[in-house]
Design a binder for this molecule. Structure first.
Ligand SMILES: Nc1ncnc2c1ncn2[C@@H]1O[C@H](COP(=O)(O)OP(=O)(O)OP(=O)(O)O)[C@@H](O)[C@H]1O
Ligand SMILES: [Mg+2]
Length: 497
């Protein structure tokens, strides 16, 4: 390849020499000589070269194509390059990133076509007349045989850019955002969202739930993340809503972390109780970036979302109108309070309403480019208004349930490194008869010591815990209620004195 470059340089020199020399030639001969020189160059050097400079023409920005190609070459050719540059990535792993050194060359093959990449650098000389600081200008040069020109300039370069972008998105640091109260939205360093690096280790492999359900969710996520053209075609915003429901400790939050890790998305943890009104909610949502999961945990506790809808229904209205209408139908006291607020000049839009939330989910932000997933979690799915969770708004409902034997086996594999044990049979029976969350099972499976029999101890403890839970479940409800009433009475007694 070095030979190719040398020949290339020689040909370039020849062309330059000719350009200087041709002014001494009679005008009518120049055109034919031009053609001959070009033909001669083509015979000896049938390659074309495409250069990708590091900075844009105005020198203000790093070229996106250069960075993308650098990612592609780093991932695909660092094995074949002989000289590499090392960079320490400043994340928690402090890993070393190798990339092609300056003036290094590598070969790539695409659809049977061989191409050569080389990295070069020009060092700026005197900058006395320039407004810009002296910088070394790096570039990549792609060399390819003339006959493959079309295939390379269209398909191959598109392939490199696509792969490079995918690599960049895989290696970027992901973030966990939380919303700030609106009083912090102005002033120096004002931001609506604060963030930290998201490094939750959860993944689908360690998530204990039925295997077929897990596979279904993974497939759904992949289909969504690759569905740009589909969503464009059907004219819908590129978003998908998931409702995760189930008792505490069944892995809803863990599932969200696993989803984010699976798709390589950021997480926006939206705390609705600090959002004052619909316009604040709009501003927050508009600021979210693409490739993100927006999470509203415990939707039933965050706001009285259900109450407002129910108020409207009770008043005999049908359809899904604005939540403010619903408020007008509420008790007279609330209405009087609202009228008073309006008289004081406060807008109708005085708090986050169900309708506000639904409007966003229904596509008010279709103007925002890119893909977003919205996840709601709740412990009590029955408490939610059906309008909030109907299909189309929440596209997929996922039940996170008590620990099954299948889920237990996965936890045992993760926590204790075992595939089988003599107590497994008992545990299978007991899990079928009780309701224990994966969180409680996992708690029992955490070895309390480094002793050799730690596994046996853990499993025995789990069997005991399951038996205790079974006995508790078997006791008649009335007995339990009576006991609870006694405890309450005992608690209340000192105050009565
Ligand atoms: N299905 C599961 N697979 C693996 N680990 C789990 C699972 N469910 C719970 N755990 C473990 O229990 C802990 C609590 O789970 P998590 O916070 O995800 O529950 P949750 O459903 O979000 O509960 P809550 O409703 O209280 O928010 C996690 O840290 C995880 O270690
Ligand atoms: Mg949770």
């Amino acid at each position: 390849m070095e030979l190719l470059s040398n020949i290339g340089s020689a040909m370039a020199a020849l062309m330059f020499g000719w350009a200087m020399f041709q002014q001494y030639f009679p005008y009518n001969l120049r055109g034919s000589l031009d053609r001959y020189i070009l033909k001669l160059t083509a015979i000896f050097y049938p390659y074309i070269q495409i250069t990708f400079p590091e900075f844009t023409a105005d020198r203000l920005k790093r070229s996106e194509a250069y960075v993308t190609i650098q990612n592609y070459l780093t991932a695909n050719s660092s094995a074949s390059a002989k000289r590499l540059k090392a960079d320490v990535v400043k994340d928690s792993t402090q890993s070393v990133l190798l990339s092609m050194d300056d003036h290094e060359e590598v070969v790539d093959v695409f659809d049977g076509v061989k191409v050569w990449w080389s990295s070069g650098m020009t060092i700026s000389k005197s900058q006395s007349l320039s407004l810009y600081p002296a910088v070394d200008r790096r570039y990549f040069t792609l060399t390819v045989h003339r006959r493959h020109r079309d295939a390379v300039t269209t398909d191959y370069i598109a392939h490199v850019l696509k792969e490079g972008k995918a690599i960049a998105s895989r290696k970027r640091q992901r973030k966990l955002y939380t919303n700030n109260p609106s009083k912090d939205w102005s002033g120096w360093k004002a931001t609506k969202w604060s963030h930290i690096v998201f490094e939750h280790p959860a993944c689908f492999d360690t998530l204990a739930m039925a295997e077929h359900a897990k596979e279904g969710i993974k497939k759904d996520l992949i289909k969504f993340s690759q569905g740009k053209h589909y969503y464009n075609k059907i004219g819908k915003a590129w978003k998908r809503g998931y409702l995760l429901y189930g008792p505490p400790g069944t892995g809803k939050s863990t599932m969200i972390a696993a989803m984010a890790n699976f798709l390589n998305y950021d997480i926006y943890d939206l705390e609705l109780t600090t959002v004052k009104d619909n316009s604040e909610l709009r501003k927050l949502l508009i600021e979210t970036t693409s490739k993100s999961i927006i999470v509203i945990e415990d939707i039933d506790c965050s706001l009285d979302l259900t109450g407002q809808r129910k108020g409207k229904k009770k008043a005999g209205k049908s359809g899904e109108g604005d939540g403010d209408e619903a408020e007008n139908e509420k008790e007279p006291l609330a209405k009087a309070k609202k009228d008073a607020e309006n008289a004081e000049g406060k807008s109708d839009d005085s708090k986050v309403t169900l309708s506000g939330l639904l409007n966003f989910i229904d596509g008010i932000w279709s103007a925002c480019a890119g893909e977003r997933i919205i996840v709601f979690t709740t412990n009590y799915v029955d408490k939610l208004d059906p309008a909030l969770i109907r299909r189309g708004r929440m596209d997929k409902h996922i039940e996170m349930s008590y620990c099954s034997f299948e889920a237990f086996k996965l936890l045992a594999r993760n926590y204790l490194d075992i595939e089988a044990h003599e107590l497994f049979a008992d545990i299978e029976v007991l899990l079928g008869e009780t309701k224990m969350t994966p969180a409680d099972v996992a708690e029992n499976l955490m070895p309390k010591s480094d002793d050799e029999d730690a596994t046996d101890v853990c499993l025995k403890e789990l069997v005991e815990a399951l038996q205790a839970a079974k006995e508790k479940d078997a006791r008649p409800k009335v007995e339990e209620e009576e006991e609870e009433a006694m405890v309450n009475k005992a608690d209340a007694a000192p105050e009565e004195k």
